[in-house]
Write a protein that binds this ligand. Structure first.
Ligand SMILES: NC(=O)c1ccc[n+]([C@@H]2O[C@H](COP(=O)([O-])OP(=O)(O)OC[C@H]3O[C@@H](n4cnc5c(N)ncnc54)[C@H](OP(=O)(O)O)[C@@H]3O)[C@@H](O)[C@H]2O)c1
Length: 306
């Protein structure tokens, strides 16, 4: 249910997922282990990496952070991934994006073992997602889907406009929302920096998902009355006193009154994303090819247990 204060916060969802993970691994002698590779990260990706490290600590998960310098070659990165692919003690591999320009993100995605592919960068996983075949799904789109499911937001037949077409957020999310199942079954539009009718489309949307990386881009004049707004963006801002903070892609203050619900930044999608990452790790650890349960099945199980 949508809360009275309209805020679609991530914390209760994150807690359910984390409790489920802790409970599942508590008596197991071998804990899930993940390698997280960051090549010269920017502020937003470093913020995310730090939150992953904190969460891993709280869950008792073994996380190896490999921080590589900007000049790391593609071959060096591929060698590191290749070693992790065949190391049975590593269950999950995550390569933080963006990568420096001389490294081809598609080559890296293709190199990750699909069964250890924490952010679904491998085309095999993206293909599975598109066809709704059980597989590892990308963390952020899955977090958005999870929020819709947790808050019981009706999507069937509704028009959802996603701003942003990246391979890790916009495109896979559009495909998930086209799944023939509850909390999907939507009519989906994806807009991007070349879209000529962006505002016309967002104004028609029942649900707007902003994933473009532009602080406060979505303003009240761009949405219709009672729209539901999901803010994926994480943008670093420095206030008048020089204090650093993060804001989303949606101008929260201008949109809150007009919307039916809105996810805040921080405290919304981001915290769910990092929990979904560890749910993916748990699935990889348990054997994604053996668990025979889709991400949707896992989420239903976790939410039903409450
Ligand atoms: N909350 C989380 O867990 C989480 C996770 C991942 C990312 N993020 C955040 O989400 C945002 C998007 O991430 P990303 O990795 O998808 O970014 P990205 O790879 O930079 O993609 C941004 C997308 O937005 C589009 N775009 C940029 N400026 C636009 C404009 N003025 N009007 C319309 N479309 C515009 C781009 O269009 P073109 O394709 O035409 O260039 C592109 O499709 C960032 O703020 C990132 O930090 C959050």
């Amino acid at each position: 249910m949508i809360p009275e204060n309209k805020r679609l916060i991530g914390k209760p969802i994150s807690k359910l997922i984390r409790d489920y993970i802790k409970d599942t691994i508590k008596d197991r002698p071998i804990k899930p282990r993940m390698i997280l590779i960051q090549v010269a990260g920017d502020a937003a990706s470093s913020y995310y990496v730090q939150s992953i490290i904190r969460t891993a600590g709280k869950l008792g998960i073994d996380l190896d952070l490999k921080e590589l310098p900007a000049q790391t070659s593609q071959e060096e990165l591929l060698a590191l991934i290749g070693a992790a692919n065949i190391d049975d003690s590593i269950h999950g591999i995550m390569v933080q994006e963006p990568l420096p320009g001389h490294i081809d993100e598609n080559v890296i995605g293709c190199a990750i073992n699909p069964l250890k592919d924490m952010d679904s960068l491998n085309p095999a996983n993206l293909g599975r997602l598109m066809l709704d075949i059980n597989g590892l799904t990308p963390c952020t789109p899955t977090a958005v889907y999870t929020m819709l499911k947790y808050y019981g937001i009706e999507t069937k037949g509704r028009h959802i406009v996603i701003i942003g077409r990246s391979a890790v957020v916009g495109k896979p999310l559009a495909n998930m929302l086209l799944w023939k199942k509850p909390f999907a079954d939507a009519t989906v539009s994806v807009v991007h920096s070349r879209s000529l009718q962006l505002k016309e489309l967002t104004r028609q949307a029942d649900i707007v998902v902003a994933a473009l990386g532009r602080a406060g881009f979505v303003t009240a004049d761009m949405i219709k009355e009672n729209a539901i707004l999901i803010d994926v963006g994480i943008n670093e801002v420095i206030d008048a006193e020089g204090k650093q903070g993060y804001v989303g892609d949606i101008d929260y203050n201008s949109c809150i009154d007009k919307s039916l619900a809105i996810s805040p930044v921080p405290g919304g999608v981001g915290i769910v994303t990092s929990s979904v990452l560890f749910l993916n790790l748990l699935r990889a650890y348990m054997g994604i090819d053996q668990d025979n349960k889709s991400i949707d099945g896992f989420l239903s199980l976790i939410f039903d247990e409450t």
